[in-house]
Design a protein around this ligand. Sequence first.
Ligand code: ASP
Length: 449
Amino acid sequence: MKTVKFGGSSLASAEQVRKVCDIITADTARRLVVVSAPGKRTNSDTKVTDLLIAAAEAGLTHRDGSRELQRVVERFADIATGLGMAAESVDPIRADLQQRLDADISDKGLYMDSMKAAGEANSARLVADYLRSQGVDAHCIDPAVAGMILSDEPGNARVLRQAYGRLRSLRERPGISIFPGFFGYSESGRLVTFPRGGSDITGAILAAAVDAELYENFTDVDSVFVANPKLINNPRAVAEITYREMRELSYAGFSVFHDEALEPVFHAGIPVAVKNTNNPAAPGTRIVLERRVGDVPVVGIAGTGGFCSIYVSRYLMNREVGFGRRLLQLFEDEAIPFEHTPSGIDNISVIVREDIFDHATEQRVLRRIRTELLADEVSVQRGLALVMVVGEGMRHTVGLAARATAAFARARVNLEMINQGSSEVSMMFGVKDHEVDAAVIALYAEFFG
Ligand code: ASP
């Protein structure tokens, strides 16, 4: 049994939905299918989820959201008519959307999440209806009934352990199950969504729950590329990559796959295939537990901005028991997750995401570091980007750091930080935000040029 997920661009129009249905029926093992909401048809188009969010924002502020809602209805109607379905097939979708928009707004998180989930819920309904109209035994699954149980965190939910046991029974369902991505329910029955792009997570949870032989993730590119094709003309394709490598690259801005999505399949050891709905014959990229490292030690290069670094120094820090713990405790008190902590003998930097470290928080944290930890020096550097060179082969290859730093020097990119992660599958470089693209281009030229 394979679990298959289709992203928003694969469901954006009738033509795309036809391709999706052809792919589903081409392999009898594709019995559990996760769908996203219709995404963009062209670059300037708007995703259905974004329209739903706009409608919800109107609803929450007592404005009229019916225009946005009408656009969503039209998107579904376009798909249905393009598929040759009867005009009435859109009636239940329209009614469902209206009901969500008219719902009580006292619980803002619930209201917003229920609107956001409408894209996937109705997309799944439409695909199942269409498949049935073609004589295929397909059913739309209700995540509440199937047991997609999530933590009660609107817009940021996580799967709860007990969900896996309940979802396992999907294995036994006859025919093809069409499962809406992106949302589930809390233990008390409240609808909650994953972070944006979360249908990938739904697919991975289901693949792990039913112990699928493969998790196929269909998107709109032939494969994962070694570096961002927006920066590098015609970059090399990645045929095979390990979960660890993919995780590190997703972290640094690889946008093919939601980074949280790999966890369930990684733990279950289920291989993932990234494939193209528009070119299903292309081999795509396989994500596996282990791979044979060839001549090229590096598998990918990525960079992303939006970080800041809090530098703390104190003479003889290395002799002071508990300094690191007390420093990180300050961040915990402020509910700020830290990303990395590169350190020296008498200094340590805490790297955090800039968007959760506003000016007021910065003032508070800095004051506490000075007064409670008696630091000699504390400073903050904003506008930091992290660039990662990733590859399982790095561990056994001498001189990679030298090649990377030489490439930076040639491109006149100034290095703010180097962090050779203990994972040994990546090297991380801190550069200024505005130099991140130049850094990725320089590294690509060095390792793949
Ligand atoms: N439709 C949701 C979003 O746009 C989830 C997804 O497509 O994965 O974020």
